[in-house]
Design a protein around this ligand. Structure first.
Ligand SMILES: *[C@@H]1O[C@H](CO)[C@@H](O)[C@H](O)[C@H]1NC(C)=O
Ligand SMILES: *[C@@H]1O[C@H](CO)[C@@H](O)[C@H](O)[C@H]1NC(C)=O
Ligand SMILES: *[C@@H]1O[C@H](CO)[C@@H](O)[C@H](O)[C@H]1NC(C)=O
Ligand SMILES: *[C@@H]1O[C@H](CO)[C@@H](O)[C@H](O)[C@H]1NC(C)=O
Ligand SMILES: *[C@@H]1O[C@H](CO)[C@@H](O)[C@H](O)[C@H]1NC(C)=O
Length: 472
């Protein structure tokens, strides 16, 4: 049994990787976009999920954002937006420095990739950059603001702003505050107005609920076993092979290349690209597209690292543990409170609040999406089932790149209020509801269990025995 399982995994690995051992890895390319850019997970560029934006960053797909029927008119919008492109955090900057040191002192390969890294790539990351929003990140939000205003011109308009029918809420983190300000700048510039001011409210109970959910902090954040699948995968055959190949590519003794260092190279490629729009020599080091194309149409080293990142999100922010999702109950209720209010106003007169713009984190969006049942795979992602998860739904590269956004748009139609959901400006159906823009009542009914329960205080309370332990 054991050996059969091993053989299966070994076979999958052979398919994925071993065939390539003797091929040359240094792939020089003129493309300004790394071939592996679609695998960067939460460090990915928004343009990769909407490639038409590469040619025209302000392009709006009119047919995607038009009302569900000719007799419908949008009356309310709630937008949850992740901050834009940012610098690495201090922890990752330290890993990048370690990788750079190892490569500079130990790598003895003589190919063009390595020579480009050694001679033409100055290490420019410093620890004080710690997760701050970069200039590209401001552009992400400025441009998103313009596109959303073009998409929903009657809602995101100068008139609703002047009428104080637009509200801005953000997480307290500098990258989020800077993002919401960039969003506001984008709107003012688009409308050509300079005489209105914007306010925003910081609300961490809403946008950083994960910090305030004691049960989450205790049983996941501060609990190493909660992410044991990630740890197991880091020690897996797949990861071993990835390290071995990276070592052989650079001509470094294999035991000097750890999963952390391989990951640092992957992050470096993604940061160089997201921040500076550069296809850096670090990317060439990882790109196996030529070798892979005929095997699996995907990239071996890269897809292993992508899976590792998804595993982490799955167990820390997604379906892995119930409390990950439940910690977002407060945000879930807040959104439906706004939609309920709009639907109440609509029945008894005019909708007062038109728009709420809320800026938070990938960690804000993923638990909420999971709570609502989006991107749920039948089989949990684990350290041992990587080979069967190639077409998983839970793919953070597609879901939460920088400036990822969820929109809830309420329409008045002849037969009542309808709700449409958009992820990254693309319409999505609610899980198990086939109508792309169902009646609002249908959506409420679908989520009736959550609407009637999902109490943040109760879900996030520490289990009684744990409280007792700490009191003793
Ligand atoms: C890259 O661009 C240069 C100059 O434009 C050209 O000479 C070279 O053939 C190109 N290489 C590839 C691989 O396309
Ligand atoms: C525009 O939206 C429509 C409807 O959602 C979709 O079928 C089409 O592929 C989109 N076009 C682009 C360029 O994304
Ligand atoms: C933050 O939002 C929550 C949920 O809507 C609300 O109860 C709370 O009063 C808000 N806090 C602040 C400081 O505005
Ligand atoms: C830590 O996580 C493990 C695995 O999910 C769980 O069994 C254990 O109860 C958790 N520990 C605490 C203190 O919550
Ligand atoms: C959707 O339907 C399936 C099968 O009927 C069920 O297992 C699942 O829980 C449903 N999902 C949601 C979000 O209601």
């Amino acid at each position: 049994m054991k050996s059969a399982t091993w053989r299966n995994r070994h076979f999958a690995l052979a398919c994925l990787c071993m065939i390539m051992v003797r091929l040359s890895y240094c792939k020089l390319t003129n493309s300004s976009i790394p071939a592996i850019a679609v695998y960067f997970g939460t460090k990915g560029r928004y343009e990769e999920v909407n490639p038409h934006l590469i040619d025209d960053i302000l392009f709006v797909n009119k047919s995607a954002v038009s009302p569900p029927a000719a007799d419908c008119r949008s009356v309310h919008l709630v937008a949850l937006i992740r901050h834009g492109t940012r610098f690495p955090t201090t922890k990752n900057i330290k890993k990048i420095h370690r990788l750079y040191d190892v490569v500079m002192t130990e790598a003895s390969a003589t190919d063009q990739c390595l020579s480009d890294i050694k001679n033409k790539w100055p290490l420019w990351y410093t620890e004080d950059m710690d997760g701050k929003l970069v200039e590209k990140g401001k552009d992400d939000l400025r441009h998103l603001a313009v596109r959303l205003s073009k998409s929903f011109p009657s809602l995101i308009s100068e008139e609703t702003l002047r009428g104080e029918r637009m509200e801005f809420i953000t997480s307290s983190k500098h990258r989020c505050v800077d993002s919401i300000q960039a969003f506001q700048e984008g709107l003012l510039k688009h409308w050509g107005v300079g005489d209105v001011g914007f306010r925003h409210y910081v609300n961490d109970s809403l946008m950083r609920f994960f910090d305030q959910c004691k049960r989450f902090v205790e049983s996941i954040e501060n609990n190493k076993t909660a992410l044991k699948e990630v740890k197991l995968f880091k020690a897996s055959l797949e990861m071993d092979e990835v390290c071995r190949r990276m070592a052989s590519r650079l001509q470094i003794p294999p035991n000097h290349i750890t999963p952390d260092l391989v990951e640092a190279a992957f992050f470096l490629c993604s940061y160089e690209f997201a921040i500076k729009s550069r296809n850096s020599p670090w990317c060439n080091l990882l790109d196996e597209s030529d070798a892979q194309a005929w095997i699996l149409n995907s990239y071996c080293l890269t897809i292993v690292l992508e899976y590792k990142n998804d595993l982490k999100q799955y167990w820390k922010r997604g379906y892995g543990h119930e409390i990950n999702r439940k910690s977002s109950c407060v945000l879930f209720h807040d959104i439906f409170k706004r939609l309920d209010q709009a639907s109440y106003d609509y029945r008894f007169g005019e909708v007062t609040k038109a728009v709420t713009i809320q800026v938070g984190h990938g960690e804000t969006l993923l638990p909420l999406l999971s709570l609502m049942g989006f991107f749920r795979d039948e089989t949990p992602l684990t350290a041992t089932n990587f080979p069967m998860q190639h077409s998983r739904k839970f793919r953070s590269s597609q879901i939460v790149p920088y400036s990822a956004n969820l929109l809830f748009v309420l329409y008045e139609c002849t037969d009542g209020l309808r709700l449409q959901f958009f992820l990254n400006e693309k319409p999505m159906t609610f899980p198990n509801i086939s109508d792309p823009a169902p009646l609002y009542a249908t959506v409420r009914n679908h989520y009736s269990d959550l609407l009637g329960g999902c109490d943040f205080e109760k879900e996030c309370e520490l289990p009684k025995d744990k409280v007792k332990n700490t009191e003793l």
